[in-house]
Design a protein around this ligand. Structure first.
Ligand code: SF4
Ligand code: SF4
Length: 338
């Protein structure tokens, strides 16, 4: 009898991880496949696609499982997965993360927002949505987002054995980083226990697909020039917001003394200044705000700030977009001239 709950025409159960370079989706996919193959005796494979191989640019991880008597002769990217794991909500603006999801598939999202908001942003009409605060768990346990996501993925793929995953975590870390074994197992367990689910019934009866199906959006007329990097991490847009791993500096102008300590430590010239006059009419430079397009979330500025003007905050979707102050210096490449 097959262990797999669903299979496509080729006999595969397929999982696609949508992530950003640096969040560990590649390793998560490898560990997930290993737990299914070594732990359950399934046939399986895993591979990733990196795009421009740049931290902050989109990454996809693919995992295929099938019964032991089925050979895997298909190593193409997974277009119509049964499960999708979204590691970072910044992906929504550059990737159609739910593209091709099977009608009865499950989408797992790393988020602190509620089901209705996430559903709306995904463009989801119906289906099962799972949400876990993987970043919050990782911060509390001093581990990484990928292990918490793995815990939640195991809860969704309940044919997999969580003990097999705990054994893989142990094997992966115990030689080089033995101190990381227990925190990672705890992170995995919390992801497994803390993921929540909501099933949405179809709202419309117009027989529209539940998600965008896997029709190619690029063709003969619309294909970009070969080798072009169209994701946001390219050298034209210079948008490094995808490099942030959940945190950014929030600026409160009311307590700012315009000392420029933040500007001195910022590696990416994110602070935007304007000339003005102080209370005595003397000319001075005043901090206007932060251009979050260039901010990678290192938080060096928060450490350097002598007042409470800069504070660390958990990034909310669209916060950076709504609070960014654009660079207007003509010598800052990519800045917007006023
Ligand atoms: S978090 Fe880092 S990159 Fe962002 S503004 Fe502060 S110092 Fe600059
Ligand atoms: S370090 Fe703090 S107080 Fe100084 S300019 Fe920057 S935000 Fe203002």
């Amino acid at each position: 009898m097959s262990l797999l709950p669903q299979k496509n025409q080729l006999g595969f159960f397929e999982i696609r991880l949508e992530s950003i370079g640096g969040l560990g989706a590649n390793l998560a996919g490898k560990m997930l496949a290993e737990a299914g193959v070594l732990g359950l005796g399934l046939n399986g494979c895993n591979f990733s696609s990196y795009g421009s191989e740049k931290k902050g640019s989109p990454v996809k991880g693919f995992i295929r499982f099938c019964d032991p008597d089925v050979e895997i002769r298909d190593h193409s990217p997974i277009e119509e997965p049964h499960v999708i794991g979204v590691f970072h909500e910044a992906l929504y603006k550059m990737v159609d993360v739910v593209k091709g999801l099977q009608p009865n598939g499950v989408v797992l999202v790393n988020s602190v927002r509620d089901f209705e908001n996430v559903k709306h942003d995904l463009g989801m009409k119906s289906g099962t949505l799972a949400i876990v605060d993987a970043l919050g768990i990782a911060v509390e346990e001093k581990t990484k987002v990928n292990t918490a996501m793995l815990g939640a993925l195991f809860r969704i793929c309940d044919f997999l054995d969580p003990d097999a995953m705990r054994a893989v975590i142990r094997k992966t870390f115990e030689k080089k980083y033995p101190h990381l074994v227990e925190p990672n197992i705890k992170t995995f367990n919390r992801g497994y226990e803390e993921v929540t689910f909501k099933v949405f019934k179809e709202e419309d009866s117009d027989n529209e697909p539940l998600f965008n199906q896997s029709q190619p959006v690029l063709g003969y007329d619309s294909q970009s020039i070969g080798g072009t990097i169209i994701a946001q991490g390219n050298s034209i847009l210079k948008d490094v917001s995808g490099s942030r791993q959940g945190f950014l500096p929030a600026y409160d102008p009311n307590t700012c003394i315009h000392c420029a300590a933040c500007d001195n430590v910022c590696p990416d010239f994110c602070f935007v200044w304007e000339e003005g006059e102080d209370k005595r009419g003397r000319k001075n430079m005043f901090l206007k705000g932060i251009d979050y397009q260039y901010c990678k979330g290192c938080l060096k500025c928060v450490e350097a700030c002598p007042t409470t003007s800069l504070s660390e905050m958990r990034e909310e979707l669209n916060y950076a977009q709504d609070h960014t102050v654009k660079q207007n210096h003509p010598y800052i490449t990519g800045g917007v001239k006023s």
